[in-house]
Ligand binder design. Structure first.
Ligand SMILES: [Mn+2]
Length: 312
């Protein structure tokens, strides 16, 4: 694939240029407050009209999985229609060996097809706000670009701050990287709470929980508990139900945890999707693909799971 070659061969200047083009596309979207068939409000993106939808989840430096999915969906043709939407759920970097090819490719796709590509933020795209380990991405940049690594890393971090935090698709799907914020007020005023979550320079619970939370079977009257990750929380089915009611969505799709391609939780209200296989040998890689007519019939995440495609 030509894109894979360009991603591998780009020198430091070409790389910087590609990041800046993506930043420009992201800034323009936020300034104009719209995308074909949808509306942008800061970190929140709402899609009202679409033809076909593809969702790719965590990649973690596994560029092979990315290029295989792009080739399977015939991406140039797919993305040339602005009402076809390709959504990335975040966690592009760390763990795997080729995070830079993924960053280059995602930047290329966003700047070339700004209306069709939705780039969401994962917890690995907020190392300054919520530090974690392993964060080996800076070393990968240094190995490839030598002493220009710092400048490139800094530019990538500012691009990360422009990424989408939550996407609502046709009032059917609610997409986040990690999970749902556990305070009722965050769900009740979801447009406001998500739109401005990234703006606070201090640690912000809505931002932290969207990026870091995980669904667990937690007692209804407790609702949520501290996460073993050290950041974010575990949330129970009542939190998921509250968010589905607030947004009108039928299912939540999120990434953040390795699984056998996908996993269902909370009485089929929530799907975990995972798209890399390289660094998690016991998990499987998958992505979602369906058209608007199919999407409109979806009543829960189990019905959605029919549209999961596995990478062999
Ligand atoms: Mn994650």
């Amino acid at each position: 694939m030509q894109l894979a070659e360009s991603a591998k061969n780009a020198d430091a200047s070409e790389f910087m240029h590609k990041i800046r083009e993506a930043e420009y596309a992201l800034q323009e979207g936020r300034r104009k407050k719209n995308i074909a068939g949808g509306r942008i409000n800061g970190g929140l993106l709402e899609v009202y009209e679409l033809e076909n939808l593809v969702i790719i989840s965590d990649l973690h430096g596994d560029s092979k999985s990315l290029f295989r999915i792009l080739s399977e969906i015939n991406y140039e043709q797919f993305l040339s229609k602005e009402l076809n939407k390709l959504v990335f759920l975040g966690d592009y970097i760390d763990r795997g060996s080729d995070s830079l090819s993924i960053i280059y490719s995602v930047c290329y796709l966003k700047s070339t097809y700004p209306d069709s590509v939705i780039v969401m933020r994962g917890n690995h795209e907020a190392p300054g706000e919520f530090p974690f380990s392993p964060h080996d991405f800076p070393y990968e940049i240094e190995d490839r670009f030598g002493n220009r690594w710092r400048e490139i890393y800094k530019e990538i971090l500012s691009m990360f701050r422009l990424l989408t935090l939550a996407t609502v698709v046709r009032q059917k799907l609610l997409l986040v990287h990690g999970g749902l914020p556990t305070e009722d007020a965050a769900a009740e005023n979801f447009r406001e709470s998500i739109a401005f979550a990234h703006e606070s320079q201090v640690r912000n619970s809505v931002l932290e929980e969207i990026l870091w939370n995980d669904p667990r079977q937690i007692d209804e009257n407790k609702g949520q508990e501290k996460s073993r990750r050290g950041l974010g929380r575990y949330f129970g089915p009542n939190v998921t139900r509250t968010w589905l009611q607030a947004t009108g969505a039928k299912a939540v799709v999120r990434g953040h945890e390795p699984c056998q391609g996908f996993r269902l939780d909370h009485d089929n209200m929530i799907m975990t999707l995972f798209s890399c296989s390289d660094v998690y040998p016991n998990s499987a890689a998958a992505y979602l693909m369906l058209n608007a007519a199919k999407l409109d019939t979806i009543k829960d995440a189990k019905e959605l799971s029919v549209h999961v495609k596995f990478l062999a």
